[in-house]
Structures are given as C-alpha cells and as structure tokens.
Design a protein around this ligand. Structure first.
Ligand code: DER
Length: 231
C-alpha cells in the first residue's frame, strides 16, 4: 500500500497506547489524523479520555470524531501525546538520533508545548520521513512585525529563509497564533541541538520546528507493516 496505508498503520498503532482516564495530546497533520480517528472510535466504544488539541485543525477533527476536549490549564499534565513529523533521524549511532523536524502544518508552537508537557511523546510517521540526518527546511514561527529582521538573523546563521506563502489566500500563511512562518533551509543539520539553541535565542522567534530530545517512541508504517523505534 501507499503512504496513506503506512500513515494509517502508524497512527492506529499509537492510538492503542491510550488507556482509560488518560489526557491525550492530539497532534496535527495527516498521520496523526489516523490516530485521532481511531481514538474517536474507541471513545464511541466507551474509552474515557480527554484530548488536548495542538491546532485549530486537530481541534476540529477531534470534535468531529467525538473526543472530549480539555485544555492544559484545566489538567495536571498530559499522559501521552501523539504527533507526526516531517523528518525523523533514524541512526542509532548518531548523536541526533530521534531528532525531528516538524512544522509542515505550521502548528509546531502548540505541538512543542504539548509534546513537552506530556509524560510520553509518541511520533507517528510513514517510512519516507526517516532520514540519516535532518536536511529539510526548519519552520520558524515569527511575530509578523519581525519577519525581515529574523530573516537577517537566519542568514547570519547560514540559513536561507523563505516566508511561507498561502495558496488560497493572498499573502503569507498566518498561524493559529496570528504569526508568520519562515521556512529556513540549512542543508544537512549535523548538530540540531546547537541550531535549536541558536534559533530559540533570536528575538521574536516564537518557536521552531526542531524537536531534539522529545520523542520516546516512533511508530513507522512500512510496506511490510510497522516498525517501532524506542529511545
Ligand atoms: O506540522 C506538523 O508538525 C505535522 O505533524 C507534520 O510534521 C507531519 O504531517 P503529516 O503527518 O501530514 O506528514
């Protein structure tokens, strides 16, 4: 089967980790959508959980499938968060093993908040996301007023920033938080932890898509079925 079958296998396997009474972080993107749909079916069968959405879209999907929602300020933490990734380092010999690039859906600010608040963070991906080294552009969410000066700082760091433009709206993509996104190409990122620190130190950067030490488990959908990475 194609990538959708791989995404479905990964998403549905992650949903199996959810137990009665849990507070569950609900990620954003097409792979996590399979986990959210599976949880909707489990809730219909009596599973009692509360979900915390990571974007307008994941909230909308969770409401559609009937998952009761709550918010971070109404719970004592998150038991398990499930989310996708654009790239996952898959090299046990690499110091960057398990580092992620996220933000393809421009939701990485609340995704990282939820991932950081969760006791367990489970990534779901199809096999095309596995890489030996991160090399996709890193999404960086910025205050609108700051997008040109942040772009200059990104260039000082050796990056090539591009303002993410909308396709069904004139002008740039605007995030759920009312900010803009710079997609910053750095080529191969050998030390994502160092780059993450540099990006976080730029004034008016709200969040970037490098998730360096977050993942506890990655479920990977493949042609043969499912692979599991535990860290
Ligand atoms: O935007 C995000 O961070 C998404 O999780 C993205 O990284 C993965 O989206 P996909 O599952 O649709 O590929």
């Amino acid at each position: 089967g194609g990538a959708d079958a791989h995404k479905r296998r990964a998403g549905e396997r992650a949903a199996e980790e959810v137990e009665d009474g849990m507070v569950v972080g609900l990620g954003t993107g097409s792979t996590t959508a399979y986990a959210i749909e599976a949880l909707g079916r489990a809730v219909a069968d009596g599973l009692e959980i509360r979900g915390i959405a990571t974007s307008f879209q994941s909230r909308r999907l969770a409401l559609d499938v009937g998952i009761p929602l709550t918010d971070l300020d109404a719970v004592d933490g998150i038991d398990l968060a499930i989310d996708g990734a654009d790239q996952v380092v898959d090299d046990p010999d690499s110091p960057a093993h398990r580092a992620l690039i996220k933000g393809g859906g421009a939701a990485h600010a609340r995704e990282k908040l939820v991932a950081a608040a969760a006791d367990r963070f489970v990534v779901v991906a199809d096999s095309s996301k596995l890489v030996p080294v991160l090399e996709a552009p890193v999404p960086v969410e910025v205050l609108p007023a700051a997008h040109t000066v942040v772009a200059d700082r990104i260039e000082d760091l050796g990056g090539d920033p591009t303002l993410r433009m909308a396709t069904h709206k004139d002008g740039p993509v605007v995030t759920d938080n009312g900010n803009l996104v710079l997609d910053c190409a750095f080529g191969s990122i050998d030390d994502p932890a160092a780059l993450a620190r540099d990006l976080s130190s730029i004034p008016a950067v709200l969040e970037h898509g490098l998730f360096v030490d977050f993942a506890d488990t990655t479920y990977v959908g493949t042609d043969d079925g499912l692979e599991v990475r535990s860290y």
